[in-house]
Design a protein around this ligand. Structure first.
Ligand SMILES: NC(=O)c1ccc[n+]([C@@H]2O[C@H](COP(=O)([O-])OP(=O)(O)OC[C@H]3O[C@@H](n4cnc5c(N)ncnc54)[C@H](OP(=O)(O)O)[C@@H]3O)[C@@H](O)[C@H]2O)c1
Length: 297
């Protein structure tokens, strides 16, 4: 199948592109940075905010995995207008399946960024296209980056009443690849990590893995989002769930590689596409053809 991946250079996109290639798909990858196409990955320049390059990107694909998001800055920019624009282009091109990635809790606690994700879900669900929404819990890499940012402080504020359910992007990518292969489901599917840890456990495990010593100050995080987390609105019991724990991610066991490289990547947490990595900025999933390490601004 030929599949367009938006957000292909992002944290999840860097795992999904090689997972789809290994599953035998032709991948068209969208980015606002020009990249050279290689092997089964065709890079296309496009911007979901301005709409430039979007009709070309959707032309001739059977399915779209819509991962693009604009994160902290100008959050609504891609998640709402960009999704609207993509939906219009996909309708025009007669795309059979649009899979949107979202966040667990978007429906239960539409606060801040989650509000944008819920609105993007609505746009996809009311698009008239075949659709699937895959809601994931926070990625290991994202949490690690937040802890790195915080570690500049001499004392780390931790709220033991706030739970997290970190998940590995390789496993989310494998789930997304399975859903794309299975066709539109017309439902929201939740996917979470194997364990729920409070902020104090999460921080302590990370500090130990980094061989860092920091004092931790217990406090109650303010705000509606943390209140929603405290009420367990951003975690999920849905199965299947990921197998790779936070500890596995931070201190991975030696990889066990199977000869059956292609079939294993979607099935097993020990497969190349699901390997925990120490440093996501340095790591290139499986060294796959067509994937180039994104440059960070
Ligand atoms: N991070 C998490 O912990 C987490 C947890 C659960 C669900 N999710 C969901 O998973 C998905 C992927 O998240 P992520 O963390 O992998 O994202 P990310 O690392 O922040 O990457 C964002 C991606 O969006 C693309 N993008 C941004 N603006 C764009 C624009 N105007 N036009 C086209 N592309 C644009 C970027 O591509 P270029 O810069 O190359 O153009 C980049 O590839 C999102 O739907 C997110 O809501 C994330």
């Amino acid at each position: 199948m030929r599949i367009l991946v938006t957000g292909a250079t992002g944290t999840l996109g860097r795992a999904l592109v090689p997972a789809l290639v290994k599953a035998g798909h032709q991948v068209r990858a969208l980015s606002r940075t020009k990249r050279e196409s290689r092997g089964n990955v065709e890079w296309m320049w496009g911007d979901l905010f301005s709409g430039h390059g979007v009709p070309e990107a959707v032309a001739g694909v059977e399915a779209i995995a819509h991962l693009a998001t604009s994160g902290r800055k100008g959050r609504g920019a891609v998640d709402i207008p960009g999704t609207r624009l993509l939906v219009m282009a996909a309708r025009e091109a007669g795309i059979g399946h649009l899979l949107l990635t979202s966040m667990v809790g978007a429906d239960r606690a539409p606060i801040g960024y989650l509000r944008y994700k819920l609105e993007a879900e609505r746009l996809v669900e009311e698009s008239g296209l075949g659709w699937t929404v895959l809601r994931a819990t926070p990625f290991h890499q994202w949490l690690q980056q937040r802890l790195r940012d915080f570690s500049a402080l001499p004392v780390l504020p931790v709220d033991p009443t706030v739970p997290w359910q970190p998940v590995h992007t390789g496993e989310v990518a494998a789930r997304a690849a399975d859903l794309l292969a299975g066709g539109p489901q017309g439902i929201e599917i939740e996917y979470g990590g194997p364990e729920v840890l409070d902020t104090a456990e999460l921080t302590r495990t990370w500090l130990d893995a980094q061989h860092l010593r920091r004092a931790c100050l217990r406090m109650r995080y303010p705000g509606r989002l943390y209140a929603a987390m405290r009420a367990d609105l951003l975690t999920t019991d849905a199965t299947p769930k990921g197998k790779i724990t936070w500890q596995d991610y931070l201190a991975p066991p030696p990889p066990v590689l199977s000869d059956d490289f292609a079939s294993e990547h979607t099935a097993s947490p020990t497969s190349p596409a699901t390997q925990p990595e120490q440093d996501p900025d340095r790591h290139v999933y499986g060294g796959d053809e067509g994937y180039e390490r994104p440059t960070r601004g």
